[in-house]
Design a protein around this ligand. Structure first.
Ligand code: NAP
Length: 520
């Protein structure tokens, strides 16, 4: 069983009382009293803190008392002797767990004092912790065994910074390869997923903060995000894992929409943000890490910038199945892992964009020979150009980097112009496939208002904000508009069907995206 523990990191008792109340309201299942945050620390102060934690709320929560060493992330540098006094006082006041750093536990005096204090308590247990704020441990398995040997009844706690998502797999292996109570996860943005799937892998504790300002370690999520966005309460050992692979990924709305729809149809699936920094090499390592650990139960991925071509390359190299459309577009945005561990690759941007265009233009709209201007020549442009070529539209690609634009135009037998030629634009459908106008640069537009005409249809693939400056100005010119949200929801809906073989609630998808954007 995994306990969701919320750190109480207060300077004084008043602040602590407020935090304890807030932690309980946020859904804490355990409290960690970080006594090293208290000013003028004393044993009496800690006894009062424990009493306050025990008397708040109807049901008592188990308590961990921690007084961290400055070398392992303390807020205030208190001497070892005082820290041990505080922990033994907390035990006498009735806490269920005390947390002592492994390196301090090895000191003979500390070990004897702690072992004696623990043996005097009928229920309390010792957590022996090791932290590495820089990188992975040299040998996490060996460290785990040493901690166990030092005090077999202790709960080993091993926490390290992941500098890349690929660093997390050692933590997962340790959790999978060991039984009993132990606490293992990674810090930092690259380690974020380990805090969530700690529950699936049965870590004894995972930590979450009351709010963004109260995090006591890098990468710590808030209780609200963990519970509302990442379906914490429904995570179990059999939960199937999905996620969006990209870099950067923190801004992605895919976890919000997929998790909301998994919840909607009540399936045991969880969708994670998978920050895979680097290029093909790092992508390949991530996929290998996942595919060689089938018991982690990863089943599928969305793929975004900069890995859409890497996903194609990896699938082909591994003799997976690439749908012909994705191969022709030259980009993959969806991967599935089959029962046999084989990959299959798809592109749902094509259908997502086409659906957005045809539903806005109406079923009778003729795309054949329609003059279309596609601004941009990246991944999204590729999918849209392929879709419109299949519909026999007349496409002219405009791009900043001439070579890239020319290459795409040649591949799909289209025309090309540099961005300088936009004043001469003479198309009926204008599609922005660049990131111009995207948050936080929402005051930018790829096409000045004076070049927009009433008889044009303007489609902006940017969906954050949903109403870009380009779309606002097109509306002012009374042109028809298509927003990026429609395409985003359509491509996500197609992915959802691949992930679940079920129709998603697209209204819920759109509402979730709008709510998430308005909260930012
Ligand atoms: P990408 O492969 O990185 O391509 C980016 C394109 O934008 C390139 O053509 C690039 O030109 C151009 N560009 C970027 N900054 C520019 C600037 N300051 N001035 C002129 N051109 C600039 O990205 P992508 O995957 O195609 O995504 C592009 C945009 O599509 C995203 O920003 C996102 O808003 C949107 N998108 C929408 C959906 C949806 O479902 N609605 C899905 C994915 C993406 P160069 O070739 O010169 O670099």
């Amino acid at each position: 069983m995994t306990h969701l523990s919320v750190p109480i990191a207060a300077k004084n008792l008043d602040q602590a009382a407020r935090q304890i109340k807030a932690a309980r309201a946020a859904g804490a299942e355990m409290l960690e009293l970080r006594t090293d945050y208290l000013e003028n620390l004393s044993t009496d102060l800690v006894k009062s803190l424990v009493a306050a934690a025990k008397s708040t709320g109807r049901k008592q929560l188990p308590i961990i008392a921690t007084c961290r060493d400055i070398r392992q992330g303390a807020a205030i540098d208190y001497p070892l002797r005082l820290r041990l006094d505080v922990l033994t006082a907390a035990l006498r006041a009735g806490v269920e767990f005390i947390d002592v750093e492994y390196e301090n536990f090895l000191l003979t005096d500390s070990r004897e004092r702690i072992a004696r204090a623990i043996s005097e308590s009928t229920k309390a247990r010792l957590i022996i912790s090791a932290h590495n704020f820089e990188a992975k441990f040299d040998n996490i398995g060996k460290l785990y065994r040493r901690i166990q040997a030092a005090y077999p009844a202790a709960i080993p706690k091993l926490i390290y910074s992941a500098n890349h998502i690929n660093d997390c797999f050692e933590a997962f292996d340790l959790l999978r390869g060991t039984g009993g109570d132990r606490i293992v996860f990674c810090m930092g943005e690259a380690g974020l997923i380990s805090r969530i799937i700690a529950k699936k892998l049965n870590s004894f504790v995972t930590f979450a903060s009351i709010d963004e300002n109260a995090a006591t370690a890098p990468g710590q999520l808030t209780c609200r995000l963990l519970k509302e966005l990442y379906r914490y309460d429904s995570i179990g050992p059999e939960t199937e894992l999905y996620g969006v692979i990209g870099s950067p990924i923190a801004h992605s709305l895919s976890p919000a929409i997929h998790n909301a729809c998994f919840d909607d149809i009540g399936v045991d699936k969880l969708y994670l943000p998978l920050l895979v920094e680097g290029g093909q090499h790092e992508f390949d390592r991530f996929m290998k890490n996942v595919l060689t650990r089938p018991r982690l139960n990863f089943k599928g991925f969305s793929v975004t910038i900069p890995h859409k071509r890497n996903a194609l390359g990896y699938t082909i190299a591994g003799r997976g199945a690439v749908e012909p459309l994705a191969e022709r577009i030259g980009a993959v945005n969806t991967l599935l892992i089959g029962q046999d561990g084989k990959l299959s690759a798809y592109n749902t941007d094509y259908a997502g964009a086409m659906e957005a265009i045809t539903s806005a233009l109406g079923p009778k709209a003729k795309l054949k020979d329609l003059p279309v201007a596609v601004i941009g020549a990246g991944g999204v442009a590729r999918a849209i150009v392929a879709a419109l070529r299949d519909a026999d539209a007349q496409i002219r690609i405009y791009n900043r980097t001439i070579e890239r634009g020319r290459k795409l135009a040649a591949e799909f037998n289209c025309d090309f112009s540099p961005l300088d030629d936009l004043p001469d634009i003479d198309a009926k459908l204008i599609i922005n496939c660049t990131s111009i106008g995207m948050h936080p640069y929402a005051s930018a537009t790829p096409l000045p208002k004076k070049y927009i005409r009433k008889d044009m249809v303007v489609f902006d693939t940017v969906y954050n904000p949903p109403q870009t400056l380009l779309l606002k100005q097109a509306k002012q010119k009374k042109a028809k508009t298509i927003d990026g949200l429609s395409m985003f929801v359509n491509q996500a809906a197609a992915q959802f069907k691949l992930f679940t073989q079920k129709q998603p609630n697209t209204k819920l998808m759109r509402k979730t995206v709008c709510n998430s954007l308005s909260r930012r």
